[in-house]
Design a protein around this ligand. Sequence first.
Ligand code: UDP
Length: 314
Amino acid sequence: MKRVLVTGAAGFIGSHLCDRLIDEGCHVIGMDNLITGNIRNIEHLFALSNFEFYHHDVSKFVHVPGHLDYILHFASPASPLDYLRMPIQTLKVGSLGTHNLLGLAKSKNARILIASTSEVYGDPLVHPQHEDYWGNVNPIGPRGVYDEAKRFQEAITMAYHTYHGLETRIVRIFNTYGPRMRVDDGRVLPAFFAQAIRGEGLTVFGDGSQTRSFCYIDDLVEGIYRLLKSDYHLPVNLGNPSETTILQFAQEILDLVGNKDAHIIYNPLPVDDPKQRKPDISRAKEVLNWTPSISRKEGLEKSYAYFREVVQVS
Ligand code: UDP
């Protein structure tokens, strides 16, 4: 039985990864300091003998008894609202936290997969974004704390690979959505669903012409699992290349929820908000034989079933 450490285990992506690894027959050790994660995302796993949970901040020294086969580092505030509220923690978990986990991986002779992001491309000047593009990041802007932490994370991970021969994997995750997203995390999909269900204005930032490409969580988890098992150490983009403007996205959610009181309102565009984003996934296709299979229509319907349960309507 493989022993696997998942950091950020109570988060949106981390908790789905724990489920998948349990399904694959692994012994999973989840770790989270719960500043943005929610223990409810993993409470169904607590009864299992092959699941353990450590309430710990990985920016501090990480100790795990016994051997480890894999480490998946998914701890970090990840929504623009969260990393604006917690800039120092965001920088620390991407830098100090990653260093601690690389050290742990080295001492256990474990393979480590780290969660990077499309934010390493910043406000991209190349479209769609291929892994060979170096990005356009403002280091001192509001997103800099996340973007630069993740860029440092990639650099130190490659250094451990090169200088210590550590088995490393780097996934660059593009916008992902689905059940277990936090309703108030500020990201566009939970915000729009909550507003549509409550019959409020959907807060489109700017004129809504900026684009994003949304990937359903199950597709992402499949890609991450394949990358973990692969022998490929360079960064791999995972995301769904189906691109939409934010205004079109708001309209799709309005149509799906069908609440006559809901409507679109326009708010100012946040500083350094990327104008367009779409993954070039040719590398993932070639190396992992992976391509997303869940359409936005299907993914939004599955997500709506979840948000209908969790959104409080006063
Ligand atoms: N956005 C929006 N209304 C909201 C929240 C976000 O129009 O209530 C926009 C945001 O400006 C960005 C896009 O939706 O252009 C995606 O934002 P999100 O925070 O989900 O993640 P990002 O891709 O920017 O990291």
